[in-house]
Ligand binder design. Structure first.
Ligand code: CTP
Ligand code: MG
Length: 479
């Protein structure tokens, strides 16, 4: 077994019977998530057909390749995203590559078959084709043909190198293990590198299975993992000592998986500390009791969400406050950042008015956005206001005069304090004030107009979103 120096697997060495149960659940999950031969054949045929169409629309020196998990045999069943890369020679200018690439993508659309094309702007523009009759989306990405990372002209040029690495270094069995790994992380809410998930990307799953050898070994390693953890997949080694410290400093992270095709990139850069910790807890729970229940993180139904939320709140002696609104039509990563920011601002405002939330939640689903707070029930009748030093004569007089004999003024050291009626007696008052435009400022893309506040009672559709956010956060691992 391949285990790095800092990851002694002894504690999680499985008994023979547990090991057999783990193998059985891996096999069962693989049957569930591996696309059937027919599905693979259909997708491949579709991809080839589109690549043929693109070939006719592009100069001969542009190489057209299939990329992503479909090209590598690591896709999960039901994956409807095809990634096609158009590789231009390095001699092409960047605007030429973008112009020719995007116009080729646009030109192959067959509107009679309900096909659409829109241009997306990530770090680099690409075209997204929606083949609505087939339920397939295809990303057509113009890039440069390169052999090594130092020839990179655009950020997406690496993808072809990732393809080559996985195809050259991973067995069929390991690619199946990647599918199981993606499913496992997905069920625990940590598959995907996007800002909303801050989890493990597909390529990271591939590198982890390559490094540890199998899904089972990766899980054993994660169960015993400690940060900092620096993995060098190219050597299949865990770095230690000065070499590890240099990487930790270079990437400013405690979890690093060096891209074997580009040593300047940490493939695990988007994995948050929470997601890594969750992967470790989930791995321990799976090893402790291997089965579909621990693999799938069962028990997260959001049916009857209103009732579930209400008994949760009652049990805590708390209430659920929700600010719900329609998300603007901009990139999901940006909305998500703003939603987080809004949540922090409101949470801080609540806290500094005596309503520290027990839990803050955010959820973005298509255009439905919300932040929610679970706050202990309390009616605040008085609060402490901090005044100036008694030695600051003028300010002290002003502070005392402002009380007009109503608020008790006291001293703590030389500092004056007064007891005054609160600005907000309930969290709802604070949130309402905020929505009228006073109080905390709103992140730039969010609009007050569509915002609504709910306290405890809300439509089931909203309760479901709140409950999903809560369930995603819950730690119910028996470890
Ligand atoms: N890619 C990357 N960094 C990202 C996103 C994508 O390097 N943050 C590259 C990877 O080489 C990846 C490919 O683009 O394999 C396609 O991206 P995506 O479809 O998101 O991932 P897949 O590996 O195809 O995984 P999935 O099965 O989830 O589609
Ligand atoms: Mg993909």
């Amino acid at each position: 077994m391949h285990v790095g120096a800092s990851m002694k697997a002894v504690d999680y060495a499985l008994s023979r019977s547990k090991s057999r149960r783990l193998d059985a659940v891996v096999e069962a999950m693989l049957r569930e998530v591996k696309p059937s031969e027919r599905e693979i054949r259909d997708t491949t045929r579709m991809a080839n057909e589109l690549m043929g169409r693109l070939k006719g629309a592009l100069p001969r020196n542009v190489e057209i390749i299939l990329a992503g998990s479909i090209a590598r045999g690591t896709q999960m069943s039901g994956n409807t995203d095809i990634d096609i890369f158009l590789l231009f020679p390095k001699s092409a200018a960047k605007d030429e590559l973008e112009r020719k690439g995007l116009s080729a993508a646009r030109s192959i659309i067959d509107t009679k078959k309900n096909e659409r094309c829109e241009v997306k702007y990530a770090e680099h523009p690409y075209a997204r084709l929606s083949l609505e009759d087939m339920g397939i989306t295809v990303d057509v990405v113009p890039a440069y043909r390169i052999a090594k990372a130092d020839e990179m002209g655009t950020a997406v040029d690496r993808t072809q190198l990732h393809n080559e690495f996985v195809i050259a270094h991973m067995t069929q069995k390991q690619r199946d293990a990647v599918r199981v790994m993606k499913a496992f992380l997905d069920r625990h809410g940590i598959y995907g590198a996007e800002a909303m998930t801050e989890g493990f990307s597909g390529y990271l799953c591939e590198l982890l299975v390559h490094h540890y050898g199998s899904f089972q070994q990766a899980v054993a390693a994660f169960a015993a993992a400690k940060t900092p953890l620096v993995i060098d997949p190219e050597k299949r080694a865990v770095m230690t000592g000065a070499a590890a410290s240099a990487q930790i400093k270079k990437f400013n992270s405690a979890f690093i998986v060096i891209d074997p095709t580009d040593s300047d990139r940490n493939v695990a850069a988007n994995v948050s500390p929470d997601s890594l910790a969750r992967a470790s807890l989930a791995s321990r729970a799976l090893l402790r009791n291997p089965g579909k229940g621990t693999f799938n993180r069962a028990g997260h139904s959001d049916v009857g969400a209103r009732g579930r939320l209400s008994s949760l709140a009652k049990g805590l002696g708390a209430s659920v406050y929700v600010v719900n609104f329609v998300a603007p039509d901009i990139a999901e990563d940006i909305i998500w950042q703003q939603l987080k920011r809004l949540s922090v601002r409101l949470g801080t405002a609540l806290g500094s008015n005596g309503f520290t939330p027990l839990m803050s939640l955010q959820r973005l689903h298509e255009r439905d956005a919300l932040v929610a707070f679970i706050v202990r029930d309390a009616l605040i009748k008085a609060e402490l206001a901090k005044g100036p030093s008694a030695f600051m004569a003028e300010a002290a007089s002003r502070f005392i005069r402002a009380r007009k004999g109503n608020g008790l003024v006291s001293l703590e050291g030389d500092r004056l304090y007064a007891i005054r009626p609160p600005r907000f007696r309930t969290p709802k008052e604070l949130l309402q004030k905020f929505l009228t435009g006073r109080g905390a400022e709103l992140p730039s893309h969010l609009k007050r107009k569509s915002m609504r506040i709910y306290v405890n009672s809300m439509p089931e559709s909203i309760a479901r979103l709140v409950y999903q956010a809560y369930a995603a956060r819950k730690l119910d691992y028996k470890v």
